[in-house]
Every structure is written in structure tokens, then in C-alpha cells.
Design a protein around this ligand. Structure first.
Ligand SMILES: Nc1nc2c(ncn2[C@@H]2O[C@H](COP(=O)(O)OP(=O)(O)OP(=O)(O)O)[C@@H](O)[C@H]2O)c(=O)[nH]1
Length: 330
């Protein structure tokens, strides 16, 4: 069975520091011998940044539109190509600054049907100065989008903190903790952080102070106890917006599967996948959105995997995984 390739989405408003972070990720890959592939998306027709990333980096470019909308359909093909041609250890997708993260997550998970890819996390980078200015206005498209990007992320990098005063920084950290208490968050200059923490984002460190220590680069001077004193109590076993990808090892019973889909918890607001029903020996594409499900018989050409993808907010990931495992046994 092919190795599952983890995929991370790097989002954040224009000029926030995404490419700065991506360069760190690539450098880290060189040092740790991790083969990092990159998919770059630009609204314009030229990709200036892509040319600067280095010839050793497996890269795909999607220019002339945003993967969350106009060229979304091509994303699956590009990701599949990247995975098949280079077999990277990890794929990073740098979105345009104006991408809507939930639509990107939806598009990325679509690709899991063609290639063994798993969306592991969304990292949002925010420009502290710009964010503060928008918060002060408290309305407008840019403010809404910046907030949406932070709310959807599992990991928030509040960058360019050299451009705000300490009191302003504390205020911003408070907003981020309010908008997304589930995310790991760090305040940085030039996105300096411990990348290991991002790659281990799924692990079980839930205490804010412990998390902060894990994210900070060695020798940092942050007061880890203080920084999240404004954080609300929350159920740390529930993550925020999250994708679950499960490759089914074999066929499932159609009735039991349909019952399972119909009983998905409220937090799951999007589901999709390909399943083989044992009792009909046919393959089906299934779609689920807001409690409505739909099954379409398909005869795929080429290799297509049986997979279930769920996207939602605060859903019990582990117990759903267990349920899926059991579905394959009965
Ligand atoms: N002052 C300051 N400048 C920064 C920091 N981080 C990045 N920059 C600069 O900000 C500019 C934009 O950074 P990028 O990393 O290109 O931002 P981006 O999000 O990729 O930008 P787009 O591709 O336009 O969306 C560059 O000139 C960086 O050198 C920081 O922490 N402080």
C-alpha cells in the first residue's frame, strides 16, 4: 500500500508572511532530509515567488485564479501529479491571500480520492499590524476574511509582531484566543517558530502553556504561563475545523454504511468519498452536506481509492475513526 502523504494548507492574507514561512519549511526539509513538495497558487498569471524557491523543490503552480473558487477543479489533478511524480514526504499548499480556507479544505480533500493524501492541518499567518487595523474598524471584507482564516486554522502564526506595541500584541492575542480557542497560536517576527510543533499538530498536548513551549524556537523569552491566561476553557479532545480522511481497506455493507452516514454528528457538515458496497459489488461516489446524502454509481477509470473524507467543526474524530474501522469488519 502506498504511503499516505500528509498535506498542509498555508493560508493568510496578502503580505502576512506565508512565503517567509514556506522558505523556513523548505530549509527545515533540507536539514531534516524531508522531501517537501509545494503547490503554489497565485491569482495573477506569473509566479515570482515560485522562481525563488530553489530548483531542488518539487513544485506545481496554479496561476490565474484562486483554488478556492475559479480553478478549484484543477487542484485534485495538480496534487495527484505532484504526489505521483515526486513521492514527497509532505506537500504544502500556499494559497492566495484571498482564499477562503473552508473551500480550500473541501478542494484538497477531493484529491484524497485519487491519491493517498491526507489533509493534516491548516496554518494561518496573520500580519499583526494589518490585523489590528482591521479589528479597529471591525467590519469589511478583509476583516471578515482574516478572521475566517484564523477561525479555520489549527495553527495560527501572528507574524510581524515587531510592528505593534506590547499592549497591542496582547490585545491581538486575546482576539485570536477568542476567535479560535482550539488553535495552537504563536506570535512571531519573520515567522520564526519550531516547525516540529506544526508537524505534530495532532498530538495530545492540550495545555496552553505546554503548547506554547512546544511551538517556540529554542531560547525564546516568552512567558508561557501568562500568554494564554485569557484563553477560555474548552474541550481539548475536540478540535476546531478539521478534516478526517480514512482509506477503507475493503468493501462495506451498503445499508450499514448509509445508516452510519445518516447518523453523522451535527459537527460534520461535509462528507464525501468513494465506497465499494459488498452487497452490490459496485462502487459509489457519496456526497453528504448538511444532513443530506447522495450516492452515485461510478465506474472509475484508473486507480481510485475507497476513501471517506469528513470536514467539520468540533466533531469527535477518534470515535468516528473507530466507527469507520468497524464498518469494514461487519
Ligand atoms: N517587519 C516585518 N516584515 C516581515 C515579517 N515577516 C515577513 N516580512 C516581510 O513582509 C513581506 C511580505 O512577506 P511574504 O512572506 O512575501 O508574505 P506573503 O504572505 O507570502 O505575501 P503574498 O504572497 O503577497 O500573499 C516581505 O517583504 C517580508 O520580508 C515580520 O515579521 N516583520
Amino acid at each position: 500500500m502506498d504511503q499516505l502523504i500528509p498535506v498542509y494548507v498555508l493560508t493568510g492574507f496578502l503580505g502576512s508572511g506565508k512565503t517567509t514561512l514556506l522558505n523556513r519549511i523548505l530549509e527545515d526539509g533540507r536539514v531534516t532530509k524531508k522531501k517537501v513538495a509545494v503547490l503554489l497558487n497565485e491569482v495573477g498569471d506569473a509566479n515570482v515567488e515560485g522562481q525563488l524557491l530553489g530548483k531542488d523543490v518539487p513544485m506545481a503552480e496554479m496561476l490565474g485564479g484562486c483554488i478556492c473558487c475559479s480553478i478549484r477543479a484543477d487542484l485534485g489533478m495538480e496534487l495527484t501529479k505532484l504526489a505521483r511524480e515526486h513521492r514527497p514526504d509532505v506537500i504544502w499548499i500556499e494559497t492566495t491571500g484571498i482564499a477562503r480556507p473552508l473551500e480550500v479544505m473541501d478542494a484538497v480533500t477531493e484529491a484524497s480520492m485519487y491519491e493517498k493524501l491526507e489533509l493534516r492541518g491548516v496554518v494561518a499567518v496573520a500580519d499583526a499590524r494589518h490585523l489590528l487595523d482591521r479589528v479597529r474598524i471591525g467590519a469589511g471584507k478583509t476583516y471578515k476574511l482574516m478572521r475566517e482564516q484564523i477561525e479555520a486554522a489549527g495553527f495560527v502564526v501572528l507574524n510581524k509582531t515587531d510592528l505593534v506595541a506590547p499592549a497591542e500584541l496582547a490585545e491581538l492575542e486575546g482576539f485570536i484566543a477568542d476567535w479560535n480557542p482550539h488553535a495552537w497560536a504563536i506570535s512571531t517576527v519573520r515567522t520564526e517558530l519550531n516547525l516540529d510543533a506544526i508537524y505534530r499538530m495532532d498530538h495530545n498536548v492540550s495545555a496552553p502553556a505546554e503548547r506554547q513551549e512546544a511551538i517556540c524556537p529554542p531560547g525564546c523569552t516568552h512567558d508561557h504561563e501568562h500568554r494564554h491566561s485569557h484563553e477560555h476553557a474548552h474541550d481539548s479532545t475536540h478540535d476546531h475545523v478539521k478534516a478526517l480522511t480514512y482509506y477503507l481497506p475493503g468493501p462495506v455493507d451498503s445499508r450499514i454504511f448509509e445508516e452510519w452516514v445518516a447518523g453523522l454528528p451535527e459537527g460534520v457538515y461535509r462528507g464525501k468519498g468513494i465506497v465499494t458496497f459488498r452487497d452490490t459489488s459496485s462502487r459509489f461516489l457519496f456526497q453528504y452536506a448538511y444532513r443530506e446524502s447522495d450516492y452515485m454509481r461510478i465506474t472509475p477509470q484508473g486507480t481510485v481509492h475507497d476513501v471517506v473524507v469528513l470536514i467539520g467543526e468540533g466533531f469527535p474524530r477518534e470515535s468516528l475513526l473507530k466507527q469507520l474501522e468497524r464498518l469494514c469488519l461487519v
